[in-house]
Design a protein around this ligand. Sequence first.
Ligand code: UD1
Ligand code: CA
Length: 461
Amino acid sequence: MATNGEIVVAVLAAGKGTRMRSTLPKVLHKLAGRSLVERVLDGLQGLSVARRLLIVGYGAEQVRQALVAEPGLEFVEQTEQKGTGHAIQQLLPHLEGFSGDLLVLNGDVPLLRPESLRTLLETHRASSATATLLTAHLPNAEGYGRVFCDGQNSVREIVEDRDCTAAQKQNRRVNAGVYCFSWPDLARVLPSLSTNNDQQEYYLTEVMNYLEPVVAVDIADPQEILGINDREQLAMAYQILQDRVKRHWMQAGVTFIDPDSSTIDDTVELAPDVVIEPQTHLRGKTCIGANCRIGPGSLVEDAQIGANTAVLYSVVRQAQLGADSQVGPFAHLRGNVVTGSHCRLGNFVELKNTTLGDHTNAAHLSYLGDATLGSRVNVGAGTITANYDGVRKHPTVVGDGSKLGSNTVLVAPLTLGESVTVAAGSVVTEDVADDALVVARSRQVVKPGWRPKSSPPPETP
Ligand code: UD1
Ligand code: CA
């Protein structure tokens, strides 16, 4: 059948995912920060696709909400889930008159690479088959439909695992759940589906009995076709994704001291010569500059870190850190933290919604919240911004070159000018102009020869 070359994509995402034992629809379960269905849609990157239709049913509204940001995604409702064939039958009214190809993806197969889909489409076009499907040879084929061919790649039928005889189960060539159909041919046979199987559902795989010719394409990396039906497979997929991502970054010049002990989202970007120490977890939109050493024992999420910075036993979230800095051990930087270069944020220091200029240090035991510190500020050990009056948060500003003595309390709202020196132990409540010394504590009182009345008189020699 000649086609006009257009491709429409349908993603099967209406099932409950009973084997997940969850109230969350299966396709919304997260794999390294992104839902299964988002990952399936990611697999379409670089393909030229006319329309994308998502078949939803169980938790339809929730799935719709989760995908509002996907441009142009169309939702097709399958109110009762009577099988994958029944799901595709729901497309009939939506694709009337369409003469191109339909690419069908399972919403629970999240590791497919765009290259594999391209290979499928190219083979489909080159062979002018009515249907082409991705297959893989698995050592453990349990749970997958088995693909039976005449000769090498000409598909005769697909038999679901639960419908296989013992002899048929020996066939380890499995159906990935990824197909390209000539839509007019598929549309013609869709109404003939039966429920003549163990689950008494309408199986999409049954159409292989009616279409001719159908071609099977073996995928290069069988790990890509892993379908997620339960939590064990979700964990397996995570492992595969981790291996993939780490291999990618190692090839790009990143050292992992103990790869198995660290995790890294595939949204993270790493520059060459970054060293990831053990027990380190990098998440979200994190970007780490050249020669950084992260960990051991650190969590970095949605953070950008400049070159040559070290982060040791620390938590860094929603932060933008400058180059040539040292963070930790035991720093917690969270929520809109921006620091300049050559900063030292040390031992037991927490920063929240705070900006620091270059060469500014807070090396020991501090909390800085809602604060803006200039450059070359030294924050003495134990300095605290009292930013919260019990109702509202207030800002603190400290000018360039100021020195805050140990155990300073900055009671916000407060502005200290440039080159202000605060005496140790001060509780500063009023603004201070440039180049001033502020001592805000009571003067030391010494009473010579004084003893508590209750204590006995000194012994006479
Ligand atoms: C399916 C294939 C099997 C293949 C495997 C690959 C069929 C009959 N079997 O089996 O040959 O080896 O995928 O992973 O197609 N869904 C709906 N509506 C429904 C039922 C399911 O949208 O009524 C969706 C599910 O949400 C899921 C996908 O279709 O995303 C696959 O369904 P699932 O029940 O997981 O099929 P498998 O048993 O894995
Ligand atoms: Ca499945």
